[in-house]
Ligand binder design. Structure first.
Ligand code: FES
Length: 73
């Protein structure tokens, strides 16, 4: 079984790719119309949250560079 991959885009969304499920706070599933890859908004501007609608363009800056979290205590 392959890992689910989340890609943090520069200045934009999170792309989730692989075997995943997205649910709301009550556990109800967002049906994805057969998509195995979707973009999730992380800028807060999308009118279609939790999905990215492109509204981040020109309004959100973050250079994504991976780093290590401290050990969980
Ligand atoms: S990240 Fe694309 S609209 Fe928010």
């Amino acid at each position: 079984m392959s890992k689910t991959k989340i890609t943090v885009n520069n200045n934009g969304s999170l792309i989730i790719d692989g075997d995943f499920q997205i649910v709301d706070k009550n556990g109800k599933e967002y049906h994805l119309g057969g998509r195995e890859k979707v973009s999730l908004c992380r800028c807060g501007r999308s009118a279609n949250k939790p999905f990215c609608d492109g509204s981040h363009r020109g309004h959100f800056e973050h250079e994504a560079t991976a780093f290590d979290l401290p050990t969980k205590s």
